[in-house]
Design a protein around this ligand. Structure first.
Ligand SMILES: [Mn+2]
Length: 373
């Protein structure tokens, strides 16, 4: 279990309020951990705001988790209306603002909490902080980092970093329970469970080093109201039929290297426009490919949401010794874990593919040889 420094604990207790940040391209884990921290601090009378690079996605993950809390309520036992105020007040704290503001209601001694990221990975806010009205708060003692991505050299703040953790939500759960002393109610349990389940691929990435703690904590969250099957459904159900079309086309055109260790998936611009970026497959595609015999590494080069931007995600199999995080850090803005990482660059699609091929040592084979060997 993660060890929490005294300095970290003290600062959390002393702070009058908190600016909470999530990483760029927000996912269930960073949103859940931020919402849970905000909610738990609220229980202690400390107000907070959640700053996000992408309000649409943040609200989407937030709403999906709330829908589980609503649907998962057993009639007659707990009334979801009991949580209505909490839901609303947390939702109000997710700010859509493009610029950082100094909010008076956070008191005169606020802290900055980075959930699932470092100050440098807080999207557009990362550059703003030093020039913003909250720059005075941005000091070593005021910055708390809760992250399970590898440490990246010297940065501002007091760190709680543990690469062994399943998710930032798991780390936040320990902070909330053991440092803040806030009990897990249904709201906290569902959000924290969602982050853990999502980042662990519904527990399939659990490794021996920490899995026992992850499962024990998850059991505690389920006992306190998290709903596993509905969490899975909220994360994965409701796809458009176009998603399957996109998936089928990409799978048909996968390139394998000579030894079939690397599966290279190249996005298709036509499909991207026809099916819509929201229908582009990700997790399903990775699961199909990395469970294919011999495949060790899956690299997916994608068109970014803005013109000229190329995104790339890398996943590796359980037995792989390829370090996806190390590979992605060779690119500007790249980062992640050993088994799951990504980067984002600006440039030509084909140039990025060439660079990926060069750096992975991918040796392609003529198409005719790729037929079921
Ligand atoms: Mn995470």
């Amino acid at each position: 279990m993660v060890e929490i420094k005294e300095q970290f604990k003290n600062r959390l207790h002393e702070a009058t309020g908190a600016y909470i940040f999530v990483h760029t391209c927000p996912d269930f884990d960073c949103v859940s951990s931020a919402v849970a921290m905000s909610y738990a601090l609220g229980k202690l009378g400390k107000k907070s705001v959640i700053n996000t690079d992408d309000i649409k996605k943040t609200k989407k993950w937030f709403d999906k988790t709330c829908s589980v809390i609503a649907d998962g309520t057993e009639p007659g036992i707990i009334d979801v209306n009991d949580f209505a105020d909490d839901l609303e007040s947390v939702s109000d704290r997710i700010f859509a603002s493009d610029v950082l503001r100094d909010y008076e209601f956070l008191g005169n001694d606020p802290i900055l909490i980075f959930c699932d990221c470092k100050p440098t990975r807080a999207g557009k806010f990362a550059e703003q902080i030093p020039y913003s009205p909250i720059s005075d708060y941005f000091t070593d003692g005021n910055v708390l980092v809760i992250d399970h991505h590898p440490a990246e050299g010297q940065e501002c703040g007091t760190f709680l970093i543990d690469e062994d953790m399943s998710s930032a939500s798991e780390m936040c759960a320990y902070v909330i329970r053991d440092v803040l002393g806030v009990p897990f109610d249904r709201f906290l349990s569902q959000f924290l469970f969602m982050g853990i389940a999502s980042d662990s691929g519904f527990f399939q990435h659990a490794e021996t080093s920490n899995a026992a703690d992850t499962f024990a904590l998850s059991a505690e969250l389920i006992r306190n109201g998290a709903v596993p099957n509905m969490s899975y459904a909220a994360m994965n159900y409701g796809r458009e039929a176009n998603h399957n079309l996109y998936l089928a086309e990409l799978l048909r055109n996968v390139r394998y290297d000579k030894e079939r260790k690397i599966a290279l998936v190249l996005d298709d611009l036509g499909l991207y426009f026809d099916c819509g970026p929201g229908n582009r497959p990700a997790d399903v595609l990775f699961e199909i490919l990395r469970s294919t015999r011999n495949v060790d590494v899956v690299v997916f080069v994608k068109y970014g949401y803005e013109e000229g931007r190329i995104d790339c995600s890398v996943r590796t199999g359980v037995y792989s010794d390829f370090d996806a995080g190390e590979f992605c850090r060779k690119f500007n803005d790249g980062g992640g874990h050993k088994h799951a990482a990504s980067f984002r660059v600006w440039g030509e699609f084909d140039d990025v593919v060439d660079r990926v091929i060069e750096l992975t040592g991918f040796e392609g084979v003529p198409k005719r040889l790729r037929k079921c060997s």
